[in-house]
Design a binder for this molecule. Structure first.
Ligand code: GLU
Length: 271
């Protein structure tokens, strides 16, 4: 089965989740962040346009402030995110800086899709960054984006956010890095017959149900939000890959067309 479409991707959004950024002791996993910075910087050298969507503001904030558990109170979470976001960007800036790759922070709220003026400003900003070979590093602005009772101001999870970013920047490919190496028909740890889907051309209700089954995913963001993002992007002719964050160098193999993770490809684009 051809992965030609994946190989031809020029504008690529990469999303990494909190679990992938922290080690077992909830401290930043420097090795992984370094590998990620190396891979993404190299892709820019190869003339790809790269956007990074990162989670971790709250997770890293908890680590910075020695807080063992994420507090329930929203204002506390906001304060923690505000601290964590700075720590997160400092680390990215240092590692990308090692590879001489400039990065820029872009913190989004739902305003950018609710207000046309904000949307245009966001697009101008993204285009200016990409045109200058700068990697935009995006997160939700968790210090101010709060879900209110009847007015939803948040994207909520970064699978959804990164899907929106891929769509609004007319990207070719969204890569969702996570703690499992693809989308499986069951839980590969307990079910020997569970199979990794390699290439999918549509996201059916049946697949959504499989993703909903807790046994089929170990990732906190959940497989369903990933599949929902992929489904939405297929409509816009954008491909999605779900793959392990274990070794970010696998992104090179993915882009070389090798059998990595699960890819969702718009059928019309395949030969
Ligand atoms: N914006 C959240 C954070 O940085 C992450 C949301 C998610 O995990 O999907 O902590």
């Amino acid at each position: 089965m051809s992965r030609q479409t994946i190989k031809q991707s020029k504008r690529i959004v990469v999303k990494i989740g909190t679990n992938s950024l922290l080690d077992d002791n909830n401290q930043l996993n420097y090795r992984r962040i370094d590998r990620l910075a190396y891979v993404l910087s190299t892709l820019v050298q190869y003339k790809k346009e790269v956007i990074l969507v990162t989670s971790g503001a709250i997770g890293v904030g908890c680590a910075q402030l020695n807080i063992a558990e994420r507090p329930v109170a929203i204002p506390k979470q906001q304060a923690i995110a505000s601290v964590g976001q700075v720590a997160l960007m400092t680390v990215y800036d240092r590692f990308f800086g090692y590879y001489n790759q400039p990065v820029g922070q872009v913190l989004l709220t739902k305003d950018i899709i609710d207000f046309p003026e904000s949307y245009i400003n966001y697009q101008n900003s993204m285009n200016a960054l990409l045109n200058n070979q700068i990697i935009p590093i995006i997160n939700e602005n968790d210090a101010v984006a709060v879900e209110e009772m009847d007015h939803h101001t948040r994207f909520g999870d970064n699978d959804t956010l990164s899907g929106m970013v891929a769509r609004t920047t007319a990207a070719d490919l969204l890569i969702l890095l996570t703690d499992v190496d693809g989308f499986y028909s069951g839980n590969p740890q307990s079910d020997a017959s569970a199979k990794r889907f390699k290439v999918l051309y549509e996201v059916t209700d049946e697949l959504m149900e499989m993703a909903g089954d807790k046994g089929s995913t170990f990732s906190t963001g959940g497989m369903q939000t990933k599949l929902r993002a992929a489904k939405q992007l297929l409509i816009d002719q954008i491909s999605t890959a779900i793959m392990s964050s274990h070794d970010p160098s696998d992104i090179f193999s993915l882009l070389d067309g090798y059998d990595i993770g699960t890819v969702f490809i718009p059928e019309t684009k395949e030969d």
